[in-house]
Design a protein. Sequence first.
Length: 501
Amino acid sequence: MAKYLIFIVLLFYSVFLTAQTFTDIQAGLTGVSESASNWIDYDQDGDLDIFVTGEFYNPDHGIKTKLYQNIRNDKFREVPTNIINVYRGSFDWADYNLDGIPDLFVIGQTLSGKSIAYLYKGNRTSYPTRIDVNVKGVKDGSVRWGDYDGDGDVDLLIVGQEDGNAVSKIYRNDRNNRFTDIKAALPGLSFGSGEWCDFDLDGDLDAIISGTENSGMVITELFRNEKGRFVPTHIGFSNLRLSDIAWGDYDNDGDQDFAINGETQDSKFVTRIYRNDLNKSFSPAFPDFVNVRSGSVDWGDMDHDGDLDLLVTGEYYKGAVSKVYRNERNDVFLDLNASLIGLYMSDGHWGDYDNDGDLDIVISGMSNDYNFISRVYRNDPIRTDTVKQKEESIFNNTVVVPERPEPTYFYVYSSCYCDLNKDGIKEYNAFVSLIKRPKAQYEMELKFNSIIRRDYPNWEEFDQANIIQSGFSTYQKAVNSRAIAIREYQSKDFIVHDVKW
């Protein structure tokens, strides 16, 4: 009976305070499958643009690589480029030549069947320029930039299939457009992924890879960087192919954990978190995630509560799925039923394209009805009690928002995992204002911010969430909502502080 009561309280809270809707903005992106998609501010104008690669069949079979410029107000415009069209690939952006402009590395297969590994030098105002580098073409894998040797420039971790053989290679950036294969002796893998991360907090980047060897054996292995030599840790993770990996400190203990999804040797689908225990070992956590392969995982604090939430896409035993899981802490995650279209052979990522302070989603892949999709979903937190959410299917992504009375009564709140009193101990803290009737826009947030800075001079050192405003049409509704917020924070062991003025 107690579990039932707790569920009711959490559901009530989510409807009246932290409910999230994700609205398909009809961005007009080319739909692709066997895809890679992500955000990038390629023109450095302060907002996120979109880069998409993949395969499509409507109306004819083809392969596309597309760059879309964010022209704001929920609009994106295709930018013509000379970047090669690929699928079964991956890409990553970073400033490899230290000129202050992001550059692109892309791998994959062209329509003619050729595997490529191309570097494009970024340019804010014209086409990116292809630079010839001595990196062999790869498909069915991943590419990631990262400075593993600490010399100030980014190097390459590439996993995939090269000339019919599975490979996992690290290329050292020797500057002046030269890259050297360091012969890292990583097991060659394809149909998987590789990621950099300093998991042991020793100041250099380590590497994790997963996928299928030439022999058909499936591997997931973490390698510790020991002065440029990569040594297997043999920790014993789930061995997965058709996989994706994302690092993030989901439990806020100061070290990096990771999420992974994919398929085991015996064809079971898995989505799992591995918790980093004091930078020495990892423990599997078992939230109730959907188990998928051929998809993606990505961490992001989409609701401003100071912890990382998880975006999952891929194929599960009933078809395609895309899920947003809110981090409730203590290894508990809540499926928000976010009404994202289910996609497999897919890629999905968080990013604040509209600069409103919360994380939106770009996603691409193939749907259950074999359509090829690329979409942008705007994160629309419901911060008043007057917005109603309509249940949706994966084929209808329009959120209906009825007319509502203008909110009059407001309170604001924020949170942090921080050493509030500089006593060397970090704790979860929440700050909640009294209810007011502001006369001007942002008056509440500005006043709240000034008082926090006055009372806690080290505020800027904290890893705090954004200040969020909630508005209501009557005073009593605001009182009820504020009380729920405080109870919910307290139920998660937050210390709640009244911010009064």
